[in-house]
Design a protein around this ligand. Structure first.
Ligand code: GLU
Ligand code: MG
Length: 429
């Protein structure tokens, strides 16, 4: 029977750090009812703890951090430290009302809007990560020694995730030296994002308890493969029927949803690839999906359509639209909310399903690629932010955009002022 002494109430803020308050367990009920006070500016802190000078809150105001009773995990006892109960939380206005700068609340709102059009979203997250400090790492990608080297850590992670009522579907050795990949089970979108956050925090905690360091940063080592967060999306009607795949291709609604994402791809990147380090990862021939196209089974397409064998009734419950140009420096709630907002526009405009590009776009001649309307996605954070400027206030509100923009500008400033910016990011992301 677990007996944690403290509860940590945390929210993933705009620079994707999970921050919050630790309270003695006796205060948890009170916190559940009315939340605990929380400083609005905290949502704007950078990964290196600097405060954006132009953030909209400054020293003023007060919000509340309100734990979700359904989303928690118990971090195990270690090194003389007691167990700690961790609850995911929303940030609300002082009176409990929706607060634009809370990513988790923004995702709930976007999902409600999607549901109003007749669709629910299920999501599976795949994260790549580096784990430094393991011994006996093999230099052979995907080989048994890598999976063996991480197996003690992975087993501990699975045990802890059980206290959150979840698991991972894999914890395997990836291409880069010291790189691994985890995938989370497919869930309703909010729960999927919550479980991705929990899995990341549990892995970081388990690693640091073993003298290891786990990082989900997009490009911790310029000489090694980048780490993506591939987001598998599927649409379901309100009766619970899958409506993503028809045969090997997207259905009409899924096609419109994908077309909406591709129409706003650079704006979406401001939320899915939001740090200067993100653009060290993005480029052709790296399987990050650096082209603004959809392709069945194509890992160079921003959206890889993944068909799966049909079920007996002919439906295709396993089909997914895999968004590849996302990474661990993004707040997963905001990344998903941006994909939903762009997809909703595609549905509202009835956009046609994009042509499936079933070839590496790098192998086209220039006139061929131009004729197909294929180009590389934004190659820098300023380019992505400039694209987002035109849609973000409508998607997320003016206050959100003012806060979010200040965080991104500050991040660029941090990067410009530190030659070790990527390595610093990898210490916290
Ligand atoms: N590491 C690649 C990325 O940054 C993905 C490789 C893969 O397809 O697993 O997205
Ligand atoms: Mg991978």
């Amino acid at each position: 029977m677990s007996s944690p002494r403290f509860a940590f109430l945390g929210n993933v803020e705009l620079s994707a750090i999970f921050r919050g308050r630790s309270v003695p367990i006796e205060l948890l009920d009170k916190a559940m009812k009315s939340g605990m006070p929380w400083v609005p500016t905290n949502v704007c802190l950078s990964a290196s703890n600097t405060i954006p000078p132009d953030n909209p809150f400054g020293p003023m105001g007060e919000t509340r951090i309100v734990p979700d009773p359904k989303r928690s995990v118990v971090l195990p006892k270690r090194d003389g430290r007691p167990e700690m109960l961790v609850h995911l939380a929303d940030i609300t206005q002082h009176d409990g009302a929706f607060w634009e700068a809370c990513g988790r609340s923004q995702l709930k709102r976007a999902l409600a809007d999607l549901e109003a059009t007749g669709y629910k979203l299920k999501v599976g997250f795949e994260h790549e990560l580096y784990i430094y400090g393991l011994t006996e790492i093999s230099s052979s990608a995907y080989a048994l020694p890598g999976s063996r080297a991480v197996s003690e850590l992975a087993a501990a992670v699975f045990d802890t995730l059980e206290t959150a009522g979840t698991r991972l579907d894999q914890f395997m050795s990836e291409f880069g030296q010291h790189q691994f990949e985890i995938s989370s089970p497919v869930r309703g979108a909010l729960r999927a994002a919550d479980e991705a956050v929990i899995a990341r925090e549990v892995i970081r905690d388990a690693a640091s308890g073993r003298g290891l360091r786990a990082t989900f940063a997009p490009k911790p080592d310029l000489g090694q493969a980048g780490s993506g967060v591939h987001i598998h999306l599927s649409l379901w009607d309100l009766d619970g029927n899958p409506v993503t795949g028809a045969g090997d291709l997207p259905t009409g609604p899924a096609g419109s949803f994908i077309a909406g994402i591709l129409a706003q791809i650079d704006a979406v990147l401001a939320f899915t690839a939001p740090t200067p380090n993100s653009y060290d990862r993005i480029g052709p021939s790296s399987w990050v999906g650096a082209y603004n196209c959809m392709g069945v089974k194509n890992r160079e397409a921003a959206v890889r359509f993944v068909p799966r064998p049909a079920a007996e009734d002919g439906s295709n419950p396993g089909a997914s639209m895999e968004f590849r140009v996302s990474d661990g420096s993004a707040n997963p709630y905001i990344a998903l909310a941006a994909l939903v907002r762009a997809g909703l526009e595609g549905l509202a405009d009835g956009l046609p399903t994009p042509q499936s590009i079933e070839r590496d776009p790098a192998t086209f001649y220039v006139d061929e690629i131009d004729a197909l309307g294929i180009r590389q996605v934004a190659r820098s954070l300023p380019a992505a932010l400039a694209a987002a400027e035109t849609v973000a206030p409508a998607w997320f509100g003016d206050l959100f955009w003012s806060a979010y923009g200040s965080v991104r500008r500050n991040e660029m400033n941090d990067a410009a002022n530190s030659p070790h910016y990527g390595a610093q990011l990898a210490r916290v992301i």
